[in-house]
Design a protein around this ligand. Structure first.
Ligand SMILES: [Zn+2]
Length: 429
């Protein structure tokens, strides 16, 4: 029986996967498109012609799907997908946060020597990555416990996404933007597997970038790009788009490539359809090397739409066109899977870690009461209000996305004052 799931409700994943384990599929793929808001499906579904159309027409499409926590960030979302619980319970409250000593740490940082990241060749990096901050078990851990002889991998451009999906017992693999190679850490592998090292050696990503131009998937004047605000940033010199440039039909990537030396970082490449292709090619390589007719649980997270959306916004021609490319790229990946493993042996799940809202300036033009919050100004206002009312200086340490970090001195106050201060701060937002 063919099983496809188009878009699922977070807390049903456990049920769907484990209820199907009595006849465990040979291949379970959970494909997460980073920042793939449901609104994209509502807006573009008439224009899907490949995998997304197939999933919507022939899969189980769950439309009332939510991540009901307050932090729409990548690490939080991926960890929620794998654990099935809220951020307050799985512990990954953001991509990074401040410790009690005021130090900013990333969610997957680990300073133990047992978690060092693999560098080029046999070298190790000077920093570690692990899932030590993930406080709950997840689907991958349960899978490993129940089926120790079966394999599982979690693949992404971002370590925080790969580790969010793998948890402590899985095998996360991510793209290291400083070396231009796929890697992992000693927390998950004793050494870098040969099949990863061989892919790094043979894929020649730098050469592919040099020869790549991002072309629109459909003709520029066609119905596929006939949406309000699709060229908003070009028409308005939108200041949040770097140099008002587009990566489409542009030589930016090639010119950029000429100037990079031994620390590539790839800031433009990771915002292109080529980066999605690389992740899917790596995933195929993973399956070719590891599928031995025994079940595999494979998580794949496609990060480029998120990198792109942060710059251009969800109404842009860039994000719209990347989704059209994804429609076809995912179909090609599914065709590879069907040929190799047989469609009847595959459970295929497609979902997202969080959405995206439209640019504030576009919302304003549409008549919404939208505005940007100046975090520095707001911090000053809150601190000045608290100083005047309670004579306590700098009670607010930082505002990071939707989270307020209060100074340690709040611990010395009475419970009543503490509660009143927090109430006051909430009112000032
Ligand atoms: Zn994300």
């Amino acid at each position: 029986m063919k099983i496809k799931i188009g878009y699922f409700y977070l807390f049903t994943l456990n049920f769907i996967l484990f209820s199907s384990l009595f006849s465990i599929p040979k291949m379970t793929i959970v494909l997460v498109i980073d920042q793939f808001a449901y609104s994209y499906i509502e807006k573009l579904n008439k224009n899907f012609n490949y995998a997304l159309k197939d999933l919507l027409e022939n899969g189980v499409n769950i439309t009332n799907a939510h991540h009901p926590h307050g932090t729409p960030s990548t690490a939080t979302g991926h960890t929620a997908l794998s654990t099935g619980v809220f951020a307050k319970d799985h512990g990954i409250i953001n991509n990074s946060w401040f410790t009690l000593s005021g130090k900013k740490i990333k969610c997957d940082d680990d300073n133990s020597k047992k978690t060092l990241v693999f560098g080029k060749g046999n070298n190790l990096q000077s920093y570690g990555k692990s899932a030590k901050n993930v406080l709950r078990t997840n689907i991958t851990n349960k899978f490993v416990q129940k089926y120790p002889n079966y394999k599982t991998y979690s693949i992404s451009l971002k370590s925080r996404a790969a580790i969010g999906m793998s948890g402590k017992k899985g095998k996360p693999i991510w793209f290291d933007k400083n070396t231009g190679e796929f890697t992992s850490s000693k927390a998950f592998f004793d050494q870098k597997p040969d099949w990863i090292a061989n892919f790094n050696k043979n894929y020649n990503i730098n050469n592919r970038i040099k020869n790549y131009t991002w072309s629109l998937f459909y003709p520029a004047e066609s119905k596929y790009y006939n949406f309000d605000f699709i060229n908003f940033h070009k028409e308005t010199n939108y200041k949040h788009v770097q140099d008002n440039k587009t990566l489409i039909n542009d030589k930016t990537l090639k010119n950029y490539y000429k100037s990079i030396s031994d620390a590539p970082n790839y800031p433009d490449f990771i915002k292109t359809p080529l980066a999605n292709k690389m992740i899917l090619d790596f995933s195929q390589n993973c399956i070719d090397n590891n599928f031995k007719n025994k079940p595999i649980l494979l998580w794949i997270s496609l990060s480029p739409l998120d990198h792109l959306g942060h710059i251009y916004g969800p109404d842009s021609i860039e994000t719209t066109d990347m989704i059209y490319h994804l429609d076809k790229q995912i179909q090609e990946f599914m065709q590879f899977l069907n040929k190799k493993i047989g469609e009847e042996n595959i459970l295929f799940v497609l979902t997202a870690d969080h959405g995206i809202k439209r640019n504030v300036e576009i919302s304003q033009r549409m008549g919404f009461d939208a505005h940007r919050i100046d975090i520095h100004k707001l911090t000053k206002e809150i601190n000045s209000f608290i100083k005047n009312k309670y004579n306590i200086k700098n009670i607010l340490y930082k505002i990071k996305t939707s989270q307020c970090y209060l100074d340690k001195k709040i611990k010395n106050l009475s419970e009543k004052t503490k509660i009143q201060i927090i109430k006051d701060i909430k009112k000032l937002f």
